[in-house]
Ligand binder design. Sequence first.
Ligand code: ADP
Ligand code: ZN
Length: 296
Amino acid sequence: MTSTPLIAGVELGGTKCNCILATGPDDIRETVRVPTTTPEETLAAIEAVLARWTGFEALGIASFGPVSLDRSAANYGFITATTKPGWSDTDVGLRLARHTGVPMAFQTDVVGAALGEGHWGAARGLSDYAYITVGTGVGIGLVADGLPIAGELGHVRPVRMAGDAWPGICVFHGDCVEGLASGPAIAARAGRPAADLPADHPAWDSVAHTLAQLLHTLVLTGVPRRIVMGGGVMTGVPHLFPRIRTLLAGSLGGYAALAELSDLDAFIVAPQLGNNAGPLGAIVLGHHALDAAASK
Ligand code: ADP
Ligand code: ZN
């Protein structure tokens, strides 16, 4: 993969969409922000941006979900059964690709952010790593041998902390990781916003335990060489990092033979690209689309 081709990227989020024309972080030609309203209004506004831009060789799209990633499915590139009003069964990928005439790759928003951090941020140079966002939900972008693994690991069930029977808030599972450790879960448990909780509030014990359990599963699934943890909760509550490191080491009990685990400060880290991870991830997806087209 070279870093020179000009790529158009689109990151679709629940409240806003970011369009970016760039070859990489040091060469961003233009960014345009479009509010996420109805599908028709939003996608038409994005199409107008893409129609105005010239010279890009591929299109990368990273979208909020759930999305269909099966290239052989009739609904490939669709947002499927989302709780966001009006957006269920919406063609995003093929619709945006249609008029550009360039190769397109489509992924989840969190995989996009993972690819951005992997290419230019905190997991730079690695081909096996994970990116986790702990925010309104818990999302995981797991990359193995350079390729994103499809999955919904935010909904795995953790082993519960001893003595903790709080039922969680996931509408599907109750006490899955997202149901226990997302910002809204913390708020539901504590009775006030996560941002207002002091560091010694007992809710953090459960959150740190739950996230360490998620990492235990991740370490044994994709063998990531680094785990990048971001999102509003991790960014706002830095004391979670050392607690998660200690609890992960205890949970693994020395089992995983991964040299990187000997330096947990370097293994579990904060993101480096901030709000740019998603848009830059869409640029990496554009590179992937070019690579796929070239190998056909
Ligand atoms: P999203 O997941 O929607 O993309 P964020 O990653 O910003 O957005 O996460 C939003 C969540 O982060 C909210 O549930 C909020 O409660 C939580 N949050 C935001 N700031 C803080 C903070 N300082 N401390 C703890 N939680 C926070
Ligand atoms: Zn769940």
